[in-house]
Design a protein around this ligand. Structure first.
Ligand code: ADP
Ligand code: MG
Length: 212
């Protein structure tokens, strides 16, 4: 499903990724790991075409991302859900409205939005908080809203960049379990973290970008 083949990425003369090679199969749960500054976020940015590789090939669902035209980027991003460390929820929109936003942008309206958003909020156990604003939620709840927002369009892949970075250990476990439950239903997951504890909680395949 995803293949990095001899990928190099530099900013100016500074090589961040050197000859990175890995493949991810459909349905896998992958940890992208390596110390801070190793290039984990850069690796995820290459997959959503925020960055282009300096050399090498990146294949995603049969498309060569290094050859992608700008007009094709929105189609790529619809197939990918993305969760950040710092949630990035809109403060003046409710839980429901935050999750619905991505669907509205994609041209989905009315009953379909209500149905899909309600279903995903139930699956992250936040349906009863659908009319609350993000500031009234705990950090773990806010991150579950961000996960629901990323997954409401039923993407084939979920990318999560240090999704538990600001959370305590118990809350981190809940977030990992939430992501894992979607993985069990078929969503391929790539989760970037430098946290070895988290990796032991998740039981996924580990790709260390400093060694691959
Ligand atoms: N847009 C950029 N311009 C220049 N350097 C960058 C840019 N983005 C990241 N870097 C550098 O690339 C290195 C890897 O960054 P990053 O991928 O964020 O690492 P990680 O997520 O593993 O901590 C860091 O040294 C960072 O400073
Ligand atoms: Mg990072």
């Amino acid at each position: 499903m995803i293949e990095f083949s001899h990928v190099y990425k530099n900013y100016d003369k500074n090589y961040i990724l050197r000859d990175l090679n890995f493949t991810v199969n459909k349905g896998e749960f992958i940890f992208i790991t390596g110390p801070s500054g190793a290039g984990k976020t850069t690796t995820l940015k290459l997959l959503i075409a925020v960055e282009k590789p300096t050399h090498g090939a990146i294949r995603f669902l049969g498309t060569e991302l290094q050859n992608l035209k700008p007009r094709d980027i929105p189609f790529l991003r619809r197939k990918i859900g993305f969760v950040f460390q710092d949630f990035k929820l809109l403060p003046n929109r409710t839980v429901f409205q935050n999750v619905a936003l991505g669907l509205e942008v994609s041209g989905v309206f009315g009953n379909v939005i209500t149905k899909n958003v309600s279903e995903i909020l139930k699956s992250v156990e936040l349906y009863t908080k659908r009319d609350d604003f993000p500031s009234s939620l705990s950090g773990g709840e806010q991150q579950r809203v961000a996960i629901a927002r990323a997954l409401v369009q039923n993407p084939q892949v979920l990318l999560a960049d240090e999704p538990t970075g600001n959370l305590d250990e118990n809350t981190a476990k809940i977030i990992i379990d939430t992501i894992k439950s979607f993985n069990n239903k078929g969503t391929t997951v790539m989760l970037a973290t430098h946290d070895k504890n988290l990796i032991s909680l998740g039981r996924g395949r580990v790709i260390d970008i400093t060694k691959s």
